[in-house]
Design a protein around this ligand. Structure first.
Ligand SMILES: *Cc1c(COP(=O)(O)O)cnc(C)c1O
Length: 393
């Protein structure tokens, strides 16, 4: 049986998979099983931050794997301690980290931190967490309930109590009551449609929450690790969150989630844990990815890449205003709003046929999340294929 037949027979059908099978990649280039080549403007949904087939990352992982992949969190783990140091130092915040395996798990950790913060003397005093409509926080029972999209709350109840949804950032203050312990938001909503939240409004909200002793949790699973040009979108927004979650780009493709907080004493041994979280394999990946991207940022290459990508996207947008109505996003997290949803599906399919991978976000956004290390040549090639796509629609 080929992959498609095996997949159909043995894998639960939770994804509407496209009929394409990649076998290898080099930075932003992909090759499929038929030898066809593509430019990757998706990076596996913002995961492959340092590009496919990255030699430095591969070498670091190979060396580590030959020594050991895993021992338990009951013992000291050198790459985990170093990864935590690198993350905290890059963030500029006075925080400590916990390591899990995914974005949802990082957000679970964030929610547990908030719930414990709301408990006083063994009594649950405050437990409500306000999130935004059109947000996305994960697929576990709790994080799916934290996600402000009604369509995702089918079938799986009863859900944990205490999530309250605000229509927009302006509504949050009005929803605060005596039971509110935290607000959790993305600064640029990713799955919701590449929607940046207004910086001044976020700063005002952060100041308001401080006066009420309500925690500000920033879900940086997608925006984190230089996606917006700064290490964290929180740095770009010049705010000081109490809790931040990271995942997608931080392991360069190795599964990992991180929750970090200023509440360094919130957990005691036994309060939280993970078998795999923070093991030798995944935290070695974090260390190397962060070294690579730090150098890339400090050399000015990241900024130059973002600028070049933005210009290319702008001219593509200008040339196709009959199909697209708005350019959105920050840094290497960009989108074009498409006038109708059918056209969006056609663009994505036709782009793939023409050799460039792009994503959908929300109902009507064409989304771009290239590897952060994408080169000018790769950007040019990708948009050339997209122009062919547009003229063939
Ligand atoms: C992808 C994503 C998640 C979920 O991450 P998983 O690794 O799929 O669990 C959570 N929050 C945001 C903002 C995301 O983009």
């Amino acid at each position: 049986m080929n992959t498609k037949e095996l997949d159909n027979k043995y894998v639960l059908p939770t994804y509407a998979r496209a009929d394409v099978e990649f076998v290898s990649g080099k930075n932003a280039r992909l090759t499929d099983v038929n030898g066809k080549e593509y430019i990757d403007f998706t990076a596996g949904i913002a995961v492959v931050s340092v590009g496919h087939g990255n030699e430095r990352l591969a070498n670091a992982l190979c060396a580590q794997v030959k020594d050991m992949i895993h021992m338990s969190n009951l013992y000291l783990i050198a790459p985990q301690a170093k990864a935590a140091q690198k993350i905290v130092e890059a963030s500029g915040y006075d925080m400590k980290c916990f390591f899990g395996n995914s974005g949802a798990e990082a957000n679970e950790g964030a929610i547990k931190i908030a719930r414990k913060y709301g408990e006083k003397d063994g009594q649950i005093k405050r437990y409500k967490i306000i999130t935004l409509n059109h947000s996305f926080h994960g697929r576990t029972i709790t994080t799916v309930k934290a996600t402000g999209q009604e369509s995702m709350h089918n079938y799986f109840g009863p859900f944990p109590d205490g999530f309250v949804y605000a229509d927009g950032i302006d509504e949050i203050e009005g929803l605060v009551d005596a039971h509110t312990v935290a607000v959790m938001i993305e600064l640029v909503q990713g799955e919701g449609g590449v929607q940046p939240i207004d910086k001044q409004k976020v700063q005002n909200l952060a100041a308001f929450l401080k006066t009420k002793d309500i925690l500000l949790i920033i879900d940086e699973v997608q925006t984190g690790v230089y996606r917006t040009g700064k290490f964290l979108a929180s740095n770009l927004y010049e705010i000081e969150p109490d809790v931040i979650s990271l995942a997608k780009g931080v392991g360069g493709g190795v599964p990992v989630g991180v929750v970090m907080t200023t509440l360094k004493d919130i957990f005691s041994p036994g309060d939280h844990g993970s078998t795999f979280g923070g093991n030798y394999l995944s935290t070695t990946a974090i260390c190397e990815v962060l070294d690579i991207l730090k150098e890339y940022e400090e050399s000015g290459e990241l900024e130059a890449g973002i600028e070049y990508f933005d210009k290319a996207l702008e001219s593509f947008y200008s040339a196709n205003k009959d199909v697209f109505m708005e350019k959105v996003g920050i840094g290497m997290m960009a989108g074009l709003r498409v006038k109708d949803a059918d056209t969006l599906a056609n663009v994505i399919k036709s782009a793939r046929e023409n050799g460039v991978m792009v994503l959908k976000a929300g109902k009507n956004t064409l989304r771009f999340l290239p590897p952060l290390t994408i080169t000018k040549e790769e950007i040019d090639e990708g948009f050339k294929a997209l122009n062919v796509t547009m003229s063939s629609l």
